[in-house]
Design a protein. Structure first.
Length: 280
């Protein structure tokens, strides 16, 4: 299936244990660049420009691109994108370049998107500017309807881990998954990048026309950064459950949009940083 390339490869390693060594094969998670191009209709007709390059694990590339563009405020629904395709190179298919062809009525500001992408990838980003950028993308306050059982929250990291097939073989991938309030899995994605795994989940739901996901829970295998909360908020997901800690800016963003942010989730308990009324 196009877009489902292998996420692992083997390498010969020298393994040292208890003072002795042994040559053996090991399984590695694949990491390759993905260039994202956007085709849109401007004043002078249809244009195509490269807007970002991300390092990712191959597989579900179309979901990743759709999720990325949703998080950046380019796509509102599946109908906003006419086609997602790998670009044809001079000699063969370029599976590391994906083009998103936008519908003619989609408004697209190339320079604004490039500034946002640069800002999000910079270490010195201003917190106030980051929050305002999410507001400018048209995000709404999240509704209160979702209610999640305490015991279920403690089980979600293990339910996510059960679906991490590549991580089990390599130990080298992050995961993100979407679950309903009964604990049933909607979709789980793996990637070398935390943000890519979430983009794949969001993009999958966007293309399946299931956004906003106002009755679902996003679960991530690591910490909760500002960027992950941003992606959850733009997808209309009211709760993020993380195995690790949240950042201060992630908490600020969650509070601003009435998003429930859960961290340090274990069998024995968890911390709720914002909007605890959704936990019962």
């Amino acid at each position: 299936m196009i877009g489902q390339r292998g996420g692992t490869k083997t390498a010969r390693v020298e393994r040292y244990r208890d003072g002795s060594s042994q040559s053996r094969k090991d399984v590695l998670a694949v990491e390759e660049p993905l260039e994202i191009r956007v085709s849109w209709v401007g004043k002078e007709g249809r244009r195509v420009e490269s807007i970002a390059i991300t390092m990712r694990t191959p597989g579900n590339d179309f979901d990743l691109v759709a999720g990325f563009l949703r998080s950046e405020g380019v796509l509102s629904s599946a109908s906003d994108v006419l086609e997602l395709s790998y670009c044809q190179g001079p000699e063969e298919q370029e599976y590391n370049v994906v083009e998103a062809k936008l519908a003619p009525d989609v408004r697209f500001d190339l320079e604004l998107l490039r500034r946002n992408v640069f800002t999000n990838s910079s270490c010195g980003v201003c917190g106030k500017a980051s929050l305002e950028a999410v507001e400018a993308a048209g995000c709404q306050l999240l509704p209160d309807g979702l209610k999640v059982d305490v015991e279920l929250i403690t089980e979600l990291p293990d339910r996510l881990l059960e679906q991490q097939a590549v991580f089990e073989r390599t130990g080298g991938l992050h995961a993100a998954g979407l679950f309903d309030t009964s604990g049933k899995r909607q979709v789980v994605m793996e990637d070398v990048g935390r943000h890519n795994a979430v983009d794949k989940v969001v993009g999958h739901e966007l293309l399946a026309r299931r956004l906003p996901a106002s009755n679902k829970i996003l679960v991530v295998s690591g910490r909760a950064s500002f960027e992950l909360v941003q992606k959850a908020v733009t997808a209309g997901i009211p709760m993020l459950v993380a195995v690790g800690a949240p950042s201060s800016l992630a908490v600020d963003l969650a509070r601003r949009f009435k998003h429930t942010l859960v961290g340090f989730t274990r069998k024995g308990g968890f911390n709720v940083y914002t909007e605890h009324q959704r936990v019962e």
